[in-house]
Design a protein around this ligand. Structure first.
Ligand code: 5GP
Length: 211
């Protein structure tokens, strides 16, 4: 008889970075190349930028709906960033995790701190740093959807955001997006192999015994 299949417990991979460091690109590439990885789509009260699509980039909701979700405990974590509210819907994350899939999400340092308290064993956190301040500013300006004032305010906030890097499990300097995607894939591979996440190991090893 062949040994039983090893089951796996999913985890939540969180990428944080100052705005413009490239985490959205990394996240998209990861999800596109990995059927075992689900994307957590956040809710936000921020208006959509040009080209952003409802349900793909965010669920765009008003403040009243946000407060309702908060009151109903429908958010796994939430934060106010640049004056807008953001949050991770709980339902899709819990469904994916219990089905043994991993979930990747883009959450700021405040949300990551909440998750580190509420789901410490299911959290893998990665902080993405820009290679330089000049590169960060160039990426923010190239976005073109944000005004010069918005770019300036995001630059001003970046130092505070970056000061939270020591709170993360992994840190990546995003010099080259291909290399960064490969690095996060390596993190995923290693975290999936953690003994505690392979829930059927004891049965599997039992099946390997010669009696
Ligand atoms: P943006 O408006 O540029 O898309 O995102 C602004 C900031 O909000 C980024 O730092 C991003 O990581 C953060 N953010 C996006 N979604 C969430 C979320 O669901 N929860 C938290 N805590 N932060 C989020």
């Amino acid at each position: 008889m062949s040994p039983p299949v090893i089951k796996r417990r999913g985890f939540l991979l969180i990428l944080s970075s100052p705005s413009g460091a490239g985490k959205t690109t990394i996240t998209r590439r990861l999800v596109a190349g990995d059927p075992d990885l689900a994307l957590s789509v956040s809710v936000t009260t921020r208006p959509p930028r040009d080209g952003e699509i409802e349900g793909r980039d965010y669920y765009f909701i008003d403040r009243q709906r946000f407060d309702e979700m908060l009151a109903q405990r429908e958010l796994l974590e939430h934060a106010t960033v640049f004056g807008n509210c953001y949050g991770t819907p709980r339902g899709p994350v819990e469904a994916a995790l219990s089905a043994g899939r991993d979930v990747v999400g883009d959450v700021d340092w405040q949300g990551t701190q909440q998750l580190a308290k509420s789901v410490p064993h299911d959290l893998v956190s990665v902080f993405v740093l820009p290679p330089s301040l000049a590169a960060l500013e160039a990426r923010l300006s190239a976005r073109a959807q944000d005004s010069a004032a918005v770019v300036a305010s995001r630059m001003a906030k970046s130092a505070e955001e970056m000061s939270h890097w020591p709170e993360y499990d992994y840190v990546i300097v995003n010099r080259d997006v291909e290399k960064s995607v490969a690095d996060v894939r390596a993190i995923l591979t290693a975290e999936r192999l953690r003994r505690v996440r392979q829930t059927g190991l004891a049965e599997f090893v039992d099946g390997l015994r010669v009696d």
